[in-house]
Design a binder for this molecule. Sequence first.
Ligand code: NAD
Length: 505
Amino acid sequence: MTATLEPTTTKGAPASTFDSLNPANGDLVGTYPIAGKADVDAAVARAREAAGWWGALSFDERAEYLLTWRSVITRRIAQLADISHRETGKPHGDAQLEIVLAIDHITWAAKHAKKVLGARKVKAGLLMANQAASVEYNPLGVVGVIGPWNYPVFTPVGSIAYALAAGNTVVFKPSEYTPGVGQWLADTFTEVVHGRPVLQVVTGLGATGNALCTADVDKLAFTGSGPTGKKVMAACAENLTPVIIEAGGKDSLIVDEDADLTKAAEAALWGGMSNAGQTCIGTERVYVHERVFDSFMTEILDQAKGLRAGADAGAKIGPITMPSQLKIIQSHIDDAIAKGANVALGGSDAVGERFVQPTILTHVPENSTEITEETFGPTLAINPVKSMAEAVELTNATSYGLAGAVFSKKQGMEIARQIRSGMTSVNAVIAFAGVPTLPFGGVGQSGFGRIHGPDGLKEFTYAKAITRQKFRPVMMHTSFTRDAKTDSRVAQLITVLHGGKQTLK
Ligand code: NAD
């Protein structure tokens, strides 16, 4: 961690700062204030006031601001990608790719909020035929967003864009490793809304995040590790603040005997190694049908030739952004080897001071940490399986349940449905993340709640049900004037409606 000072607690005391460093070389990228509790509360109070204006706009008016922001990001994509590149170390092309996906999500959220959340009539049913019924989804008010560093644009924007489109204002606490990216997003949005504090950033470490959890926010959207997610939930429980938890994973990619092995290997390599393996929905385990295991290994090792981590233009893999992760990656590789795994590429020496070279292990014991815990490094554990049933069983034998992939010509959909996870791609890897209409999120230790798509919009609202009486009912059953005759008619009616044996047609 690069922070140089502890957060300030006294009102009015000079703000402490922390440094954001380039993980590829240790260069200083920027120095940012550590927002204390008073600063966070003040930001939330400003957001609350701005929510009055923003929430009262029509869906179309909000969409226009959001689409303008989308255009600004698009025009200045190189600028934002460069900050992300310097703060995370990821190659420029990768930094650009996640911004491209984020732009698409902002556009979708802006264009669909009205249809998904706007007032709509619903059927009142026979018992309540005298009522006109409608439902609409109202903004909660102020949403706190806490983000990670690994996809510092795509990940928080998945909450921010949907929360804004739904009519909320947002206070965003970016990771301490990527404060510059967070500040850039808030600054450009503020420009678009002529200085109004609709999207603000508070920078700092964990304590600043904690202050946001206990501030006067109406919902907290957290993306990060499971252990921090538990702290976030505990802090939010103080005020009964609802939370979304988007946590880690241990996703697998399954390769069936009829799969296109070239494409499956390409996907496994990308899913496991891109962004130096620091992807929540990245591939960490691969289960390959034993009949094609050797061919798959030949293919993936062939494709991995020349793939390396480094800071030069030819390197396709960047550094490990968070230095403390290096020890975890090392320990997972060493544990797997100590328990009997074979090294097909890289290995124990692959872990350097800033970079980890691609590592592929095979026949990795299922009780090693390389299989049971999130590694978050450019490593793949590839194991043969006797059947797809075994592949599914091993895939599901984890407390996580975020995403995954299946490569199969005939049984892709069938296998995908058996995987206990929030998202699965068939014959591709992490494809769902780029489809704005699809919900994004996990089960189990991977968290709960959904961003993206209609579910993601509704996540930042509360449902408001309204009935309007059209005429007085023939049988007035919600009145003290109700008599035995009415009770008897009600009993007759319910018997006619629901007493018979019915089949679903
Ligand atoms: P992290 O849990 O260390 O930090 C996440 C954020 O929480 C940071 O902004 C941090 O400052 C803040 N934080 C730390 N302590 C806090 C506290 N006590 N209260 C409130 N906030 C606090 O995670 P990270 O290292 O930034 O990100 C990597 C993790 O995120 C991985 O596990 C990865 O799988 C996960 N992730 C999940 C998704 C998803 O959508 N499911 C997406 C990206 C990353």
